[in-house]
Design a protein around this ligand. Structure first.
Ligand code: PEP
Ligand code: MG
Length: 755
């Protein structure tokens, strides 16, 4: 048989391999046999097995074809050479001319210069690289997809032999790197703020696969189908439970997830793998390995998110296959810090909410589904902590500082004391804030201040009662759009807005129309890449270019209000003409609903976000057209100073308390006051006590912020005599200082303002 006509015969091969592996002899002898069998099967001159040893090394353990003296001598670091590259990325490599590859690392003791082509796959078990399996040929040959698949299946079987611990000591295979007992401080990125202390729970859903090669493929298919059905109904039950709890977004996320659980391609790939002779468990794990390898290469956020969902589903399916669906029962109940490579939203909801102190992810981004759910549950989250799973053991003490994106593993006593004190202080502060809930947000000199919430999920609304906020000053409607996998149709949109209005009762809510584009992308919407997305095709610009979308949204809001009050505002408006276009679309929708005989919102208030400096120069004309203004200080600041709000390099470069920004903010409040129109600040600065103090001094009386900021801001408000500081603050505006922060802080101190 020539290489060109080689067709893998998976089932016979797997059986042969299993017989050798279960046969007589030492583990090394069996492995020596195994490489011979594989080389013959693959029609390759060389077959080698490299096994991962302590110190991130891959050691040649057995070979057919390379010089025998190189066995146990040739070692490659993970990442070194082609073999190291396969190990580092856990992905297959197939090269017709291996030596021409820039990664090729020549090892003279092996004699491998005689072989031109190379195909290698990782030996994986439970997502970890145990080694690398390689075949080589003298001729320059192109390995087919089918052959790569076949070699991957063989590697699955081989993983069993490696994992028995007969080849290297089980202690050497332990996952933790270095000295596991030393404290370590790991940095990641902030995904959700807050502080959590607890004991590590490794979220790995490790299901040990005991059988890899199947006796009867039909029976395995049947087992797979049963497990799949079991998993699907478990997700249905989860959806029902969420319905009972009334948290709408969880339902949407789970429904997307449920959709993936029916994905034909995914199910088909598993069934195919079973037909090659693997057990159902091994087939699921093989497809999961493929998903993970793809994930490592995908940079598109949406696609990654989908692959994460598939990875999560595979883990869930394995549990159903093993009958171990109650994995969560033996979790330490009291204070879990969940550590995961990545996690699906449904998985987080699996855990007992009351026991979760924090979540740490090796991957994860602030817009991932799990992050959105974690925020709604108010759990601190740090993401992109590289290698965390290999540095933590279950039960280790862990501190998660979500505010600063820091994770401390096995902290020393002094660090522990420091954080325990910080936690207590934080809790005490929160209790003190909660006690303020029913007290008015009124300054010492009798000025009432409206403290409002920024929200974007139904779960955020639970904070309204908790904090005593007087309503929602900014409802970011793009959030419910972002967590869905498809554009929400009119009934779904009506449902979203209705729930929000119902939930808030008499308290007002301001709905902002879609602010997508920039970094906020809708998974189902195609964008051309803007060179400068924050200044690109986003927010009202998209809404006006796609008026059907805006009309849908406005129609849904009008219908949801059904005769009740409704406030709508438009984001990122740059000129009056743009505002007029948006108002015309709104007028059209109102007329349409009126013609239908629908009950129109009463009153209907319309506002505009002040985020683009150009609009400030048309503020008089703007005020003639709208009922209220809302200052988006995050964007206003970035455009005023031409300074990217997301750039860590510029984070401290310019200050919102700079005279120029203050002067503009003063102009806006003066204009709004003169026109008798309410003006709110809804950017981050409204939730910072010192900045909020300055805003009050300038004349602002409405601030909208994240729930956690309400307590500190109310405390500040109640300690402040506005009239006493206002003239001085206004005089500072003419200063040419870089920032007024320093002077304002001293002022607060002198006047006993709690900031
Ligand atoms: C702002 O820009 O200040 C604002 C509130 O809008 P967002 O943060 O959603 O861009
Ligand atoms: Mg904005």
């Amino acid at each position: 048989m020539s290489a060109a006509t080689f067709r893998p015969q998976p089932r016979q091969m797997l059986k042969r391999l299993r017989d050798v592996m279960a046969g007589p002899g030492s583990a090394q002898e069996r492995l020596d046999q195994v490489v011979k069998v594989i080389a013959a099967d693959m029609v390759a001159e060389v077959c080698s097995v490299y096994i991962k040893r302590a110190g991130e090394m891959l050691e040649l353990f057995a070979t057919e074809g390379l010089k025998s003296e190189s066995v146990h001598q040739t070692r490659l670091r993970i990442g070194e050479g082609l073999v190291g590259d396969i190990g580092a990325h856990a992905r297959a490599l197939a090269l017709a001319d291996a030596q021409a590859h820039p990664q090729f690392a020549y090892r003279p003791e092996t004699g491998e210069e005689a072989y031109a082509s190379l195909m290698g796959v990782p030996i994986l078990r439970s997502g970890r690289v145990l080694g690398v399996l390689v075949v080589q040929n003298k001729t320059r040959r192109q390995y087919s997809e089918e052959e790569i698949e076949h070699l991957e299946t063989i590697a699955m079987v081989l993983a069993e032999l490696v994992a028995t611990g007969e080849l290297i000591k089980p202690t050497e295979m332990l996952s933790t790197e270095g000295n596991a007992m030393l404290p370590s401080r790991l940095e990641g990125v902030r995904i959700n703020g807050g502080l959590g202390i607890g004991h590590a729970v490794l979220h790995q859903r490790q299901v040990i696969i005991r059988r890899v090669v199947a006796e009867d493929a039909d029976e395995e298919i049947l087992r797979f189908r049963e497990a799949l059905a079991g998993m699907q109904s478990a997700i249905d039950r989860m959806i029902d439970a969420v319905d009972r709890d009334g948290a709408g977004e969880h339902r949407d996320i789970l429904e997307t997830y449920r959709m993936f659980a029916e994905d034909r391609g995914w199910i088909g790939r598993i069934a195919e793998a079973i037909k090659t002779g693997l057990t159902a468990e091994a087939a699921v794990q093989k497809v999961q390995n493929d998903t993970r390898a793809r994930m490592a290469q995908v940079t598109d956020a949406y696609l990654r998110e989908r692959l994460l969902d598939l990875d999560d589903l595979a883990a869930r399916l394995l549990q159903h296959l093993s009958g171990d669906v109650d994995l969560l029962v033996d979790l330490p109940p009291a204070d879990a810090v969940l550590i995961a490579r990545s996690m699906g939203p449904a998985e987080l909801l699996d855990y007992e909410r009351g026991t979760l102190r924090a979540l740490v992810l090796e991957e994860g981004s602030p817009t991932s589904h799990v992050a959105i759910v974690a925020k709604a549950l108010d759990i601190p989250v740090v993401g992109r902590v590289s290698g965390i799973l290999s540095k933590v053991e279950a039960g280790d003490q862990v501190i998660v500082d979500g505010d600063n994106g820091i994770v401390m593993v096995r902290p020393g006593d002094d660090v522990m004391d420091h954080f325990a004190t910080a936690m207590v202080a934080r809790q005490e502060r929160q209790q003190a804030f909660a006690a303020l809930r029913h007290l008015p947000a009124e300054t010492r000199d009798g000025n009432h201040v409206s403290l409002l919430l920024n929200a974007g999920m139904l779960a955020d609304l639970t904070h309204v009662e908790e904090t005593g906020a007087s309503g929602v000053g900014l409802y970011r409607t793009e959030i419910p759009f972002m967590i869905r996998s498809a554009y929400p149709d009119l009934p779904s949109q009506i449902d979203i807005y209705q729930r929000v209005i119902d939930r808030l009762g008499d308290r007002p809510v301001v709905f902002r129309t879609l602010d997508v584009g920039g970094d906020k992308r809708l998974p189902y919407f195609t964008y051309d890449d803007d060179e400068n997305p924050a200044m690109g095709w986003r927010a009202i610009r998209i809404s006006l270019d796609r008026p059907a979308m805006l009309r849908h949204q406005l129609r849904a809001m009008i219908r949801a209000a059904a005769g009740r009050p409704l406030s709508i505002m438009f984001p990122m408006v740059s000129e009056v003409a743009e505002l007029d276009s948006a108002l015309a679309v709104l007028a059209m929708e109102v007329a349409r609903e009126s013609a239908r005989g629908a009950s129109l919102p009463s009153p209907l208030s319309v506002g505009v976000m002040i985020e683009v400096p150009a609009l400030c120069w048309q503020i008089d004309q703007v005020l003639e057209r709208v009922d209220f203004l809302s200052v988006g200080s995050n964007d206003l600041m970035q455009f005023l100073f031409a300074s990217d709000r997301g750039s860590p390099l510029l984070a401290d470069r310019y200050d919102t308390l700079a005279p120029a920004m203050m002067k503009l903010l003063q102009l806006l409040v003066q204009k709004a006051d003169a026109a008798g129109k309410p003006i709110t600040v809804c950017g981050e600065m409204a939730g910072r006590p010192l900045e909020a103090m300055a805003l009050l001094a300038l004349g602002y009386r409405r601030l909208s912020m994240t729930p956690a900021a309400i307590g500190p801001i109310k405390t500040m408000v109640r300690s402040l005599d506005v009239a006493a500081i206002s003239p001085y603050v206004c005089s500072l505006i003419e200063s040419t200082d870089h920032s007024l922060r320093h002077k304002l802080r001293s002022l607060a101190k002198d006047h006993g303002v709690i900031v």
